[in-house]
Design a protein around this ligand. Structure first.
Ligand code: HEC
Ligand code: HEC
Length: 241
């Protein structure tokens, strides 16, 4: 009896030591299955900034990445790695990661649908917000600006495979991205339709669309719209037709 207890205690310690010495391998074969565990470890570097489920943070800037089309997310990771977008902390993280690995991370975040952050509520002139709504819904044909929803989807939740949703982002992030397109530090796949559009928007237009978008409530169905056979108002390299 005594002998048997000692025997199982020794066995237990040996198992614990084995688990410690091969931590990663042990976790990877955990009950939950190999993939989620190893993915959990891969994305730990990302979630400190983007939230545990990629939901974004209440911090004004860090963007939501969850639920965006996988192909869109993949294009962005490639851009941060190869210079199409510049944000040094992400550039360093991604510098040596192969395409396959980035594709898996993109698919992981695309499949998540965590709750949306609170929408922005700052008091703003109704005229500014009305101008924002008009541009998003109808564009400004006189200036050759197409409606944002023509590409980003009637519900503004994006369109598969390459167009992201515009809800759940802070106004400062949306305006910031328009600025990087205008200044030429953000490039999407050619032809870069967003650069053409951003160059047609003035500062007031950008304040209007970004603030109006950031105030919209969570969509009832946050999933991106399926790819559409309808022609886009401009050709976009990331949304081949
Ligand atoms: C130090 C904070 C930080 C870390 C760590 C980080 N990110 Fe980011 N991420 C940001 C910021 C800030 C931006 C917006 C940068 C810009 O201005 O374009 C961003 C942008 C993105 C975008 C583009 C979002 C969009 O809607 O276009 C994706 C996708 C993304 N990050 C994924 C990741 C992944 C995957 C990881 C882990 C491998 C990661 N990030 C690690 C802060 C971070
Ligand atoms: C002709 C199609 C088209 C139209 C119209 C369009 N977009 Fe886009 N938009 C895109 C595509 C494609 C992307 C993805 C680019 C990439 O791969 O980086 C994008 C990306 C964006 C992003 C980046 C989102 C992020 O998470 O970083 C913002 C912001 C944006 N568009 C805002 C707008 C606004 C505001 C309007 C209306 C004034 C608009 N777009 C009109 C096609 C369009």
């Amino acid at each position: 009896m005594y002998r048997k207890t000692i025997g199982s205690a020794v066995l237990f310690v040996l198992c614990a030591l084995h688990a410690l010495s091969s931590g990663a391998a042990f976790a990877a074969t955990d009950a939950a299955g190999a993939m989620p565990q190893s993915m959990d470890q891969r994305i730990r570097a990302c979630t400190s900034c983007h939230g545990v489920q990629g939901q974004g943070r209440n911090n004004d800037y860090f963007p939501r990445i969850a639920g965006k089309p996988a192909e869109y997310l993949f294009n962005q990771l490639i851009a941060f790695r190869d210079g199409g977008r510049t944000y040094p902390p992400m550039g360093y993280l991604l510098a040596f990661l192969p395409d396959d690995y980035l594709r898996q991370i993109s698919e992981y975040f695309a499949a998540l649908q965590p709750p949306y952050p609170q929408s922005d509520h700052a008091a703003l002139p109704p005229k500014l917000l009305a101008a924002g709504e008009k541009l998003v819904m109808h564009g400004d044909p006189a200036r050759g600006i197409p409606a944002c929803i023509a590409c980003h989807g009637a519900r503004m939740t994006g369109t598969q495979p390459g167009i992201p949703g515009l809800l759940g982002l802070h106004a400062s992030y949306i305006a910031g991205q328009m600025g990087t397109w205008r200044s030429g530090t953000r490039h999407a796949l050619a032809p870069d339709c967003m650069r053409t559009i951003a160059l047609k928007l003035n500062d007031n237009d950008i304040a209007a669309v970004s603030n109006w978008l950031a105030r919209q409530p969570r969509p009832a169905d946050p999933r991106p719209a399926p790819a559409s056979a309808e022609r886009l108002p401009l050709a976009c390299g990331s949304q081949p037709q």
